[in-house]
Design a protein around this ligand. Structure first.
Ligand code: ADP
Ligand code: ASP
Ligand code: MG
Length: 418
């Protein structure tokens, strides 16, 4: 007998019927003799709807109040799922982030978890309860409600699994596992039976939204095995994410993803003196804005241009900051490019294989796709392209790196009646 943490995403709890089927999947795990903690997201597109509602009230909703609003979505689904489980005669109770003690820093809309209290969780498990916890939310030491960022319920689940020392964390979603790319873009894409934390982390960071990046970071840090599997086909074990995959890596590229939520900002005519970049990026860091790709180039007149990308949610603040810097340093024009997507290939097997980058650029060129920026790391190469070319690029790269299969992925279906 062990402890299993199960997480069900929004599509898995989108209506009453699906909630009942999730209840049966939870009970099945309990009947296997395990203690079960379930983490759920808000029903269907509830979070999107709440954000839309807030923006109808005001274009710039206050981030504290937005967290207050968004955290209600998960509270609806935990109560309904708990009622469903109880209706089958099982002991269950729901808990929100505050009741569990999911303690976070006080950064609204993207708070990081700093601690999870396990005393109440253990007490309720010992009393034979199935516990249903609200994902995506936490509380600061001062009692302020926070959220972890979009898709953050995955992180809630893995962090709870780490804190309670669970045997496994099963992430149930609307696809049958982790594929080499989003199966909605390339239906005949290869599925992975296993994938390493490193590769999954990088894939999640560059836009494979099947897992919240911080969930993989936490799993890697605390050695929590994760299974990504389908709520609609419980017999399929999906993909196991673990520490070490094969001793030798045969495929240089494990996965491909695109991120079209970035914006490129270019500042021209910056003084070419020590400390300029430190001022630009220091000011952004002070406002908690993460910068992704950066290019600095020297112009013939002895000045520098710096181009970088930020998340679209940080756009307004970034532009304000960059304008201040422009005035302070007497820099030139600022230009903004919103029509971009970052396409990345990821694979532990690309280390020491210089031909991979060339193959990527060639595949893009053959498809008439212009590259606006490039960045590389040991296991990743990213190219910035025009938004409308992102899917075309992914399809071409899947072909180039042998990531197609002859089986079509099942993306959505109805939950089976157990
Ligand atoms: P949930 O609501 O269950 O959290 P998400 O929508 O966050 O579900 O994540 C599942 C979706 O992730 C899938 O429907 C799929 O379209 C997308 N996805 C993107 N990249 C991948 C990938 N490499 N493997 C599997 N799914 C992916
Ligand atoms: N409900 C939140 C969202 O839609 C969290 C999650 O689904 O993981 O982003
Ligand atoms: Mg998700």
């Amino acid at each position: 007998m062990g402890i299993i943490v199960q997480k069900f995403g929004g599509t898995s709890v989108a209506d009453v019927n699906k909630i009942h089927n999730v209840a049966k999947a939870v009970i099945k795990e309990k009947d296997n003799g395990n203690d079960v903690i379930v983490v759920v997201s808000a029903m269907g597109h509830t979070t999107d709807y709440l954000i839309k509602l807030a923006k109808e009230v005001t274009q710039k909703p206050d981030s504290r109040e937005l967290d207050m609003l968004l955290s209600t979505g998960e509270q609806v689904s935990i109560a309904l799922l708990t009622m469903a489980i109880q209706s089958y005669g099982y002991k269950a109770l729901s808990m929100n982030g505050q009741q569990v003690g999911i303690i976070t820093e006080c950064i609204h809309s993207k708070a990081r978890i700093v601690d999870i209290k396990t005393d109440k969780l253990k007490k309720h498990l010992n009393e034979g309860n199935i516990i249903v916890v609200a994902g995506f939310q936490g509380v600061t030491p001062d009692g302020e409600i926070t959220t972890l960022g979009r898709g953050g319920s995955d992180t809630s689940a893995v962090a709870i699994a780490a804190a309670i020392k669970a045997d496994r964390c099963d992430i149930y979603t609307d696809v049958e596992g982790v594929y080499a790319t989003d199966p909605r873009i390339v239906p005949n894409v290869l599925k992975a039976d296993t994938i390493s934390y490193e590769e999954m982390l990088e894939l999640a960071r560059v836009g494979a939204n099947v897992l919240h990046p911080r969930s993989v970071e936490t799993a890697k840090q605390f050695n929590v095995p994760i299974r990504v599997r389908s709520s609609f086909n419980l017999d399929n074990l999906g993909t196991l994410i673990i520490g070490v995959e094969n001793m030798e890596i045969y495929k240089p590229v494990a996965g491909i993803a695109a991120d079209s939520s970035q914006i490129r900002i270019l500042i021209s005519n910056l003084p070419d003196i020590p400390g300029t970049a430190a001022q630009v990026f220091g000011a952004l860091a002070n406002k908690n804005i993460s910068v992704d790709m950066i290019i600095q180039s020297l112009a013939s007149n002895g000045t520098n241009s710096i181009a970088f990308t930020v998340d679209e949610n940080d756009f307004d603040y970034s532009v304000q900051i960059v304008n201040d810097i422009k005035n302070k340093l007497n820099a030139g024009e600022i230009s903004i490019d919103k029509n971009i997507a970052k396409v990345s290939i990821v694979g532990a097997g690309m280390v020491d294989r210089p031909g991979i980058a060339a193959d990527m650029f060639k595949a893009l060129a053959e498809n008439d796709i212009n590259i606006k920026m490039i960045s590389t790391s040991e296991i990743k190469i990213s190219c910035l392209v025009e938004k409308e070319n992102a899917n075309k690029a992914i399809k071409a790269l899947c072909k180039t790196f042998g990531l197609e299969s002859n089986v079509e992925a099942v993306v959505k279906g109805d939950l089976p009646n157990l």
